[in-house]
Write a protein that binds this ligand. Sequence first.
Ligand code: SF4
Length: 479
Amino acid sequence: MILHEHCGIIGIISLKEHNIVPMLIAGLESLQHRGQESWGIAIPNCFTIKKAGTIFQSLEEFKAINNLVGNTGIGHVRYSTTASSTLRNAHPLNIGEPTDIHSFRIAHNGTLERELLIESLWKEGYSPPDGVTDSELMGIGLYKNLKKTKNWVEAFSALNPSLNGSFSTVTLTARGELIGARDERGFRPLCLGYHEETESYILASESCALNTLDAHLIRDVEAGEVLEISKNGLSSGRFSFQERHAYCPFEYTYFAHPSSCIETVSVYGARKNFGRILAEKYPLNGDIVVPVPDSARPAALGYSERSGISFEEGLMKDRYKKKGSWRSFIEPSKREDLVSNITAIKETIEGKKVILIDDSIVRGISSRIIVGKKLKGTKEVSLLLTFPPIRYPCYAGIDFPTQRELLTYRVCKDTKNLDEINMKIAKHIGVYFLGYNDIEGLSKGIGKPDCELCLSCITGDYSCLRRKPTSKTRKEIKS
Ligand code: SF4
């Protein structure tokens, strides 16, 4: 399955005045898989830097960036799920009057319902201009609360009833403090680490950024927690406490880097578990197990290990076809190009019964191309998916916001029986057999009870949100 990712965030503060700018860029680069549309950084006493494309694509400008010095900073890589892809909408966002001590710069990963934030700002007598993004609306709300309360936990607490959706944020204050916060359900990840050499605290979307920087993971930022870090050290406060969490299982199956650890669970380990679980659920008669690169590779290894059927690299991804991007780049007008950088190894697949492992099917376009074109010459293809059927839109930060574009909804409508869904989707994709994972297998693979996970796109139960946002077309969402 190929989708745009959402966003990645990082914040670093050195307690001993070390220059952290090179670390900020290196850490951000390791989060590039979470967004390739734009990137940006903010450090004290310097205007916010924003660039289009990937960090690699801005290499020429790095010399200028390398001259920057700062001992605190935040960074962001972006893919827009709700607003148009312009540099204005790129993060970090500047919030408040720059001369105001309460002003700040903020980077956000997630999606919030704009209407609820606009309603709350109206009540305060403020009418935001048209086209303001969810992130900016949250920033404005926080700024107004901060001016009143002078306290970050209270600012989040007062705005929280209007924060419907997902957010993990890093903020650089005018005083040079670093603030990290995570929504009350914990949809999107955020972790805290420490780098000994520069005596720096690091907040990052994923622990793969800490690995890159040779920093160690301390813990995940908790759902509903605000961390305030200054030269004087770190303090933690809670703006909300919810027993029911909603960690996004998509992070484990597809989005997150396999070297990351989220909520004490290894992403690689979870993916391998999904493969083992699929081998028990669907003990197929095949010659080889082949992953759709790259995210399904650990699951294919797990399937192979449990079934005894040999693992083969039947499909390879050309990493250099899209410069700087390690994943496919969707341009809606060029859907046929979705898998153009995947090539089959003919010698491996020809005449074979292939058990193909992928993470999920959203629109089904890439699966059809892979099966119909790339795997031509095989004897038969069976497709197994580590994520259950996606029938409902995501309002918490993943790029499948409309129901009509979801293949399972279009093809299966009200069919609830998994065997029937498997058969209908198999026919549509053109495979001999198709088998989805179920919620039990998803939860078992991650090692968390299903009550800890967001399952809205599978079940249609949006009770982890304050209210179900109104469905919109893609055009409306991006306007
Ligand atoms: S709706 Fe699906 S993709 Fe969105 S946060 Fe929930 S589990 Fe993740």
